[in-house]
Design a protein around this ligand. Structure first.
Ligand SMILES: NC(=O)C1=CN([C@@H]2O[C@H](COP(=O)(O)OP(=O)(O)OC[C@H]3O[C@@H](n4cnc5c(N)ncnc54)[C@H](OP(=O)(O)O)[C@@H]3O)[C@@H](O)[C@H]2O)C=CC1
Ligand SMILES: O=C1O[C@H](COP(=O)(O)O)[C@@H](O)[C@H](O)[C@H]1O
Length: 504
């Protein structure tokens, strides 16, 4: 594995949750694998007053699991962490920050190569690049300057377009890395390998052989301390506009000509641009929204969304979305895609299910005892990452009784099954200058273009129902009605509670 060039990673918002829970552990893992450059430092920024030692102490928790087998030590790693306090909203304070950065650059010998990571509230995503440019920090003729932008990338098409325009005023597209952490997941990348390196799957991967596609990302937790964020965002903006549309694009894209950023991202954007718009007056036929209500989960009372901190007791914000859509192109004409996501569902699972067409004639259908499903390929993204192929086999004995059996591969069975975290992979890629697994501006806008009319319809037509589903169930029962024919979603496990469904 190539090591990145020497540089400093500057984290805006380093006193926050993301830095501590995701970024620092990912960097510590890179350090253990000796994948950080020899001359490297992190400069954390925030208004909170912290000394370097305070910052290191605060970050130690996430980074502390170093075993003797691994490279480096926790102290080597922590010594690379530095902190500088300033208000990143104040243009005037940037001169002091630049001096601090240049001093650290001289001390470390990082060649004036900087990555700026925006882990602040989104309201600062447009400001910071502008203030960095004021200080000449957006360009380095001999080395690099890169900008990582966290989600959410806008909250509708217009704001996403504006944010793209604002960023592009000071940084060019090659310098901008828009994070969608789902692309950093090993099993999401494996989707490309499964599709494009296996002769058995690719010939079947089209409307002739695939009946429908299902993508589920469920969580068994509620919004927790993020109630006020969720009130703004809801499941459509938080999960569907980005992660679920991205997963669907990877399932649907054409083979890229090369494995590089341009080819792969060109194919992703083509899928997003081919999504058939959902007319505003048909939204309730294609999209189901739900919100969890209080119930008992695993024997314990759980709050409904409206009882969470920071949530309006009359909120109609969705914590569940299920939807059907079509991709209007040669490969997928007429194939429905079903996607769903929700909080407080019975289990945490992200999976893609490819449902193949049934055989043209049911030769063994006389047998009443067992009703078979169609062949399914289940691509499990998390947890228990792997692949499951379901197909029919003869039940031994008289007659021709057919039963579904599984061919099941689990990543955990590989001898060397280390799965890097999404942030670890994405940070390393940015350090190496590879944007393949980051979203391109046009793709983000294409996704918003598809989602915007749905959000507008929800705003403008209060008669579109918000279905209350008891925490611990698989969401509103009506979401099964979305699926055409005599089929339902795949339920990886049962409801945890019967609860009471309601309309909100
Ligand atoms: N947490 C997560 O799991 C995820 C977060 N994200 C995104 O990452 C971003 C950060 O999230 P998170 O860490 O949870 O948020 P937090 O609220 O925990 O942290 C926000 C950070 O921004 C800093 N900040 C805010 N205002 C200023 C200011 N005026 N000057 C300097 N620093 C400022 C805060 O520092 P201080 O208060 O010291 O000034 C703090 O370090 C958000 O945009 C979020 O949407 C995306 C995916 C997951
Ligand atoms: O981006 C987000 O993703 C998480 C789910 O991520 P996962 O890697 O655990 O699947 C979700 O909880 C959060 O609401 C959302 O902002």
């Amino acid at each position: 594995m190539r090591k990145p060039e020497n540089h400093i990673l500057v984290i805006f918002g380093a006193s926050g949750d993301l830095t501590k829970r995701k970024l620092i552990p990912a960097l510590a893992d890179l350090h253990k694998q000796q994948l950080l450059p020899d001359r490297f430092a992190v400069l954390g920024l925030g208004r909170t007053q912290l000394s370097n030692d305070d910052f290191r102490e605060k970050m130690k928790e996430g980074a502390s699991e170093f075993s003797s087998k691994e490279g480096g030590s926790i102290d080597d790693f922590l010594n690379k962490l530095h902190y500088y306090s300033f208000n990143t909203k104040e243009r005037a304070e940037y001169a002091g920050f630049r001096e601090k950065l240049e001093d650290l650059d001289a001390e470390v010998g990082s060649g004036s190569n900087f990555i700026f990571y925006l882990a602040t509230p989104p309201s600062m995503y447009s400001l910071v690049p502008q203030f960095l440019a004021d200080q000449g920090l957006n360009k380095n003729e001999k080395g690099f300057r890169r900008l990582i932008v966290e989600k959410p990338f806008g909250d509708n098409l217009e704001s996403a377009q504006k944010l793209n325009a604002d960023l592009l005023e000071f940084f060019n597209e090659e310098q901008i890395y828009r994070i969608d952490h789902y692309l950093g997941k090993e099993t999401v990348q494996n989707l490309l390998v499964t599709r494009f390196s296996n002769g058995i799957f690719e010939p079947l991967w089209n409307r002739n052989f695939i009946h429908h596609v299902e993508v589920t990302s469920s969580e068994d937790i509620g919004v927790g301390s993020r109630g006020s964020y969720y009130e703004e965002s809801g499941a459509m903006r938080d999960m569907v506009q980005n992660h679920l549309l991205l997963l669907s694009s990877l399932v649907a894209m054409e083979p890229p000509t090369l494995v590089n950023a341009e080819s792969i991202r060109n194919e992703i954007v083509k899928v997003l641009q081919s999504l058939r718009p959902i007319p505003k007056d048909e939204v309730d036929e294609y999209v189901i929204r739900g919100q969890y209500v209080s119930s008992k989960m695993r024997g314990k009372d759980v709050k409904g969304y409206r009882e969470e901190d920071g949530v309006d007791p009359k909120s109609r914000r969705e914590t569940f979305v299920a939807m059907k859509f079509f991709i209007d192109n040669w490969r997928w004409a007429g194939v429905p895609f079903y996607i769903r996501t929700g909080k407080m569902l019975p289990t945490r699972v992200t999976e893609i299910v490819i449902h193949f067409q049934p055989t043209p004639h049911h030769l063994f259908s006389d047998d009443q005892a067992i009703i078979r499903q169609q062949n399914q390929l289940v691509i499990r993204i998390q947890p228990d990452e792997g692949l499951l192929l379901k197909f029919g086999m003869k039940v031994p004995g008289a007659g021709f009784r057919v039963q579904d059996v599984n061919m099941d591969f689990h990543y955990s069975e590989l001898a060397d099954s280390y799965l890097p975290s999404a942030y670890e992979r994405l940070l390393l890629d940015c350090m190496l200058g590879d944007p393949t697994l980051y979203s391109r501006g046009d793709a983000v806008e294409a996704a918003w273009k598809f989602i915007d009319p749905i959000l507008k319809a929800w705003e403008e037509q209060p008669c579109i129902k918000v279905h209350g589903y008891p925490a611990g169930t698989w969401g509103p029962e009506v979401s099964d009605d979305l699926i055409e024919g005599n089929m339902t979603w795949r339920y990886p496990c049962k409801n945890l509670t019967d609860g009471l469904y309601c309309e909100l």
